[in-house]
Ligand binder design. Structure first.
Ligand SMILES: NC(=O)c1ccc[n+]([C@@H]2O[C@H](COP(=O)([O-])OP(=O)(O)OC[C@H]3O[C@@H](n4cnc5c(N)ncnc54)[C@H](O)[C@@H]3O)[C@@H](O)[C@H]2O)c1
Length: 437
């Protein structure tokens, strides 16, 4: 079978990462065109993939204007730049891998679903957590019924102190109006994961959360606007020089350092610390997204769940406990423990290790799993390989929008089931009927 040809829109961290999967699997996919406005990124990407000059563009519209150049497109632009290219490339007949979030607003998400359904093309949203060996193993255990009825769920996303300040205080996702809410930017993965594992869309949600710590009010006495000029930098856990100089010295070339500098030299880093957004004091930024949040969810069948995201943790894997009527499952993104109430025996399941559960680690095998599934679906026409298609992704995005409305308005939001069953939901549970799992 010929490799699937793909166009990459946005040669940033995500676009580069997915494209490297193609380099490692030349029999499965080949990158034939790229659009990227930043010159260093564009040239580096084109050279790495040997892309012909006529297929190297500054803006995605230039490639869209040329009709269909490939089987598929990987849309890896920033959050607010997803709906436009998704609609345009769907209309051209491209199958689409679209980074999450689909769009930062409900109307944008619905437009994307309408566009791909009208064109009849496949869409895989970047819910990479669905594709990890760990998630596949948890899902298999849940679907086997060995936990009994799942009554309660406890799920934690310990974002991590340095990741929070890198992305959500100093970085691209620091403001909801520039990107998306914290819940959408970071934890659309978590609500999507709960929907996927339980095979049900929540019926009611509420949420609390605040930006409390990373504000001017908590700025220590003697702090400067930039870490390099700060008299208390040495005692600050959020020091930018400590994080980024350390990574450069270790020879790191990937995220998060790749967001800070394009050329990996001490001089480029010092300039970024002096002038760029990543050198700012975390108490003197223009951030507004929350640094801690909880969501309470009620699923059909009376299953209750709580979700916590917090900045104030060691960066670690998500931790989950599923409390069933016959057994309890505990997972940390690597190991799964199942304690059976009848036998009182504990079983340990350790799916094959696949790297850290962050961007540098390929999200525990999720990035590779998504590329494998997406290119497999395009090559064979088998849509069932895609676990994060338009309807199931829309359903979990709608739950995120509802939770965020609840947080902002102090309400309990009811989620109306979306007409039309999603593949993943109908495969596992038949949708919204009480008692299903
Ligand atoms: N699935 C995941 O786990 C995961 C993880 C991190 C980020 N993301 C999402 O992936 C997306 C990309 O994130 P990233 O970290 O790679 O960001 P990035 O900023 O590194 O990459 C985006 C790239 O798009 C380019 N771009 C801007 N305008 C363009 C245009 N008109 N045409 C073509 N390219 C254009 C930018 O120059 C940039 O290089 C975001 O939506 C983000 O939320 C998903």
């Amino acid at each position: 079978m010929a490799p699937v040809s793909v166009v990459v829109i946005g040669a940033g961290d995500r676009g580069t990462g997915y494209a490297r999967w193609a380099l490692r699997h030349p029999d499965r996919a080949s990158v034939v065109a790229v659009a990227e406005p930043r010159e260093v990124r564009r040239a580096r990407f084109a050279a790495e993939h040997g892309i012909a000059a006529r297929n190297v563009a500054v803006d995605w519209r230039q490639l869209a204007d040329r009709g269909r150049l490939a089987d598929a497109v990987l849309i890896c632009t920033q959050d607010r730049m997803h709906a436009g290219p998704a609609e345009a490339f769907a209309a051209l007949g491209y199958h689409i891998l679209l980074e999450k979030p689909m769009a930062p607003d409900e109307a944008g998400c619905r437009r994307i679903v309408a566009a791909v359904e009208k064109a009849g093309v496949m869409l895989a949203v970047g819910h990479v957590m669905r594709y990890t060996p760990y998630t596949r193993a948890v899902k298999e255990i849940v679907d086997s019924g060995q936990l009994g009825d799942i009554m309660s769920v406890q799920h934690l996303e310990p974002v991590g102190f340095w990741h929070q300040v890198h992305s959500y205080v100093r970085g691209n996702w620091r403001r909801a109006d520039l990107a998306a809410s914290m819940l959408m930017a970071k934890s659309c993965h978590d609500l999507d994961w709960l929907v996927h594992i339980l095979g049900r869309v929540p019926a009611r949600v509420t949420s609390f959360g605040h930006l409390t710590h990373f504000t001017a009010a908590n700025r220590p006495a003697g702090a400067a606007d930039r870490c390099v000029a700060c008299s208390v930098e040495a005692s600050c856990p959020y020091s930018a020089p400590r994080l980024y100089r350390g990574l450069l010295e270790e020879g790191e070339r990937r995220w998060p350092l790749s967001a800070v500098i394009e050329n990996f030299t001490p001089a480029a880093l010092e300039q970024a610390l002096n002038d760029g957004p990543y050198g700012r004091c975390v108490y003197a930024c223009d951030n507004d997204v929350v640094d801690h949040q909880v969501v309470a969810l009620e699923f059909p069948g009376a299953t209750t769940a709580t979700f916590t995201m917090t900045a104030f943790s060691q960066a670690a894997g998500r931790a989950t406990r599923l409390f069933g009527t016959r057994a309890e499952l505990t997972g940390d993104g690597r190991a799964i423990r199942v304690y059976d109430f009848l036998t009182r025996a504990e079983r340990l399941i350790t799916p094959a290790p696949t790297g850290a559960m962050n961007a540098a680690g390929g999200h525990g095998g999720g990035d590779a799993g998504l590329m494998d599934a997406f290119t497999g679906a395009v090559a064979t026409g088998n849509r069932d390989l895609i676990l994060s298609g338009p309807r199931e992704s829309l359903a979990s995005h709608l739950a995120v929008f509802a939770a965020e409305r609840a947080r902002l308005n102090g309400t309990v939001e009811t989620i109306t089931p979306h007409p039309g069953k999603t593949n993943a939901l109908s495969r596992t549970d038949g949708g919204d009927s009480p008692g299903t799992r």
